[in-house]
Design a protein around this ligand. Structure first.
Ligand code: HEM
Length: 250
């Protein structure tokens, strides 16, 4: 009986100690801080190009390095996008120039809209692939801190987002027209309560909206006559001013 009581106490104490360990482990896990990002040099990154004897398959965009092993069919040898492997070829993500000089991380000449498109790619890699660290170079310094070049790109990104929001608001006021074209009957543009992806409670009338400087125009639906005072907006020739549909020949 005494033997049983002693072993019972022994088991109880062991359980208590174990539980304390679990608590300890749990506390350690919750209080642990995020480790600093792994810093990768250009030379090291080049060893992750998926070729024979390479260490793995990585690519970088805007100095952020991703493990793209699961996209082997795209980035591995023989894949259509193998040229992105083992390097940071940020510029080519928006230019589509996959030649050697095009495969560079110099994005200083990009427009705000192109930088927005670049960050869409970055978001894609965050969604689909595992981030592994930062590339020391143009966008991150020796200690992993953002460089002036990255801060500049981020400023252009903010401008791009502002312009995009502005364009979206303009699109609500001047939605694109519906259009159709047939070789037999030429074409027509017309307005309805849903056109250009904008659902609204007015249809409007088709007008040509010229983009300043380019001489090119596109069809937009204009809600009221006050818009007609806009110098960049003109009526379609041969179409009654308040017709909801206009024939076009070009
Ligand atoms: C700026 C130009 C372009 C860039 C930077 C680009 C880049 C890429 C990248 C990085 C991938 C792999 C995505 C992943 O990891 O899953 C991809 C996939 C793909 N791209 Fe492109 N691409 C471009 C233009 C095009 C064009 C013009 C076409 C078609 C004519 C095209 C067709 C495809 C297809 C079909 C896939 C998917 C293949 C699959 O899932 O099996 N791409 N592209």
């Amino acid at each position: 009986m005494i033997g049983f009581v002693i072993s019972f106490i022994f088991v109880l104490v062991a359980i208590l100690i174990l539980q304390q360990d679990w608590v300890h482990i749990a506390i350690n896990t919750t209080s642990s801080t995020v480790p600093p990002p792994r810093l990768i040099t250009k030379d090291e990154l080049s060893l992750y190009n998926g070729d024979e004897n390479s260490r793995g398959l990585y690519l970088a965009i805007l100095g952020q390095v991703f493990d793209v092993e699961k996209g082997m069919k795209h980035y591995g040898p023989g894949g259509g996008y193998h040229f992105f492997a083992g390097k940071d070829a940020t510029l080519a993500f928006v230019t589509g120039d996959f030649t050697d000089p095009g495969l560079t991380d110099d994005v200083s000449g990009l427009s705000p809209a192109q930088v927005v498109a670049l960050y869409d790619w970055l978001a894609f890699y965050h969604k689909d692939y595992r981030p592994v660290g930062r590339l020391v170079g143009r966008f991150y310094g020796e200690s992993g801190e953002p460089t002036e070049a990255l801060l500049k790109v981020e400023a252009v990104l903010e401008e791009g987002k502002r312009l995009k929001d502005q364009a979206k608001a303009e699109n609500q006021n001047l939605p694109a027209c519906n259009s159709e074209w047939s070789s037999a009957r030429n074409g027509r543009v017309w307005c309805s309560t849903k056109s250009g992806g904008v659902q609204r409670d007015w249809a409007g009338v088709p007008r040509k909206l010229f983009s300043p400087g380019s001489g090119r125009s596109r069809c937009v639906c204009v809600q009221n006559s006050s818009r007609l005072e806009n110098v960049n907006i003109r009526e379609y020739e041969g179409c009654p001013p308040y017709a909801e549909s206009c024939p076009v020949t070009e």
